[in-house]
Design a protein around this ligand. Sequence first.
Ligand code: S3P
Length: 426
Amino acid sequence: MKKLSLKINRIEGEIIPPADKSITHRAIILGALAKKGLRINRALISGDTLSTVDCFRKLGKEITIKGNDIYVAAGPLKEPIEILNCHNSGTTARLLAGLLSAQPFYSVIDGDNSLRQRPMKRIVGPLSLMGARIFGRQEGAFLPISIKGGELQAIDYELPVASAQVKSAILLAGLFTEGQTTVREKIKSRDHLERMLKYFGQEISLEEKTVKIRGKKKIELEGGEIAVPGDISSAAFLITAAVLVPKSRLIVRQVNYNPTRIGFIKKLLQMGARLSVLNLKEEYNEEVADLEVKFSELKAVEITAEEVPALIDEIPLFALLATQAIGISRISGAKELRYKECDRLRALYLNLRKMGARIEEQEDGLIIEGPTRLKGAEVQSFNDHRIAMTMIIAALIAEGEMSLDSLDCIQISYPEFRQHLLTICH
Ligand code: S3P
């Protein structure tokens, strides 16, 4: 158990959050396919993105990392001799499965204990419909899976679950498939891959909830150079700290402000948070903005199924905020949280209840009544980076001693978390 002993007066200062994880993964993947190679400036260098780098090195790519920049050299993908270990990264595993289904070689994808328990049927299903040959336990429902890649057929597919990972896996397979691959979504999920493909010159049709891509056996993405904006899902931890700690004022610079990712900001505004969006601009086909946020009195609100995809990774923070908001907050339609790095609904329920929150667990969500004074407790990370960081932010407003089993998992998405927090804690 590690003691969390950050007792503070207020949050104040300016921070540039780490680069976006979803965009960094996609830049490495598309960089590996680009005819000129790709220089990725201000990339996220963390556990998850290093898993993607490692897999592409095993696929024969020359990749150099200098500081926060990644250079992916031009050159073909080759059959890997070794198993592609995605460790904790669901995005790496699912997107790779799509790409490798369409490559003329054999590969094996595996992950750590957490990733081996996360559902893969959602990608194996549509990829098999395209003709992919994927094998694994329970018909490919779980890692490890092996893939005998080859020629595929284009499909027109409606996603049964709102998932950018599934959409991206199908699009990456479709990129190498003759004809038109169509993915239809009921609720729009993050569209970073579509935007980046377009930026690199790929013909792609983007309607509100339908993506169409015309693939070729030999694709020619431009590549060159790109820079990654800050990750709103990482910035959200510091934003939450500023909202919850009295007398706080924080500026977060260069955050990705893609409309498919800003559900958390919209929800905070609905709750009454004092937050302003400044300097909104476009860079490399992604919106970027600065945010100013101050301590705020909050009122309870609801999160419904339609709203979940745009704030899926921020729901742990929303649950914490709800313990301090006046009234009853309800999260529903969020069963997907049970299939993340841990069962996040269960983890939040167990930890926040231990801290004295009035919280009820539902099959697909949580009900939280606030405000409550949180008290220090022995809480668990469940080896999940977002649960660990949420608990550290909770400790800032808890009365009494707080301890957490392990901090190691934080390096998955935010290695500088501790240092950033210390910079703005006064
Ligand atoms: C991601 C998509 C989301 C998100 C994850 C990253 C991506 O997962 O929770 O952190 O980069 O595509 P799902 O596709 O499972 O919703």
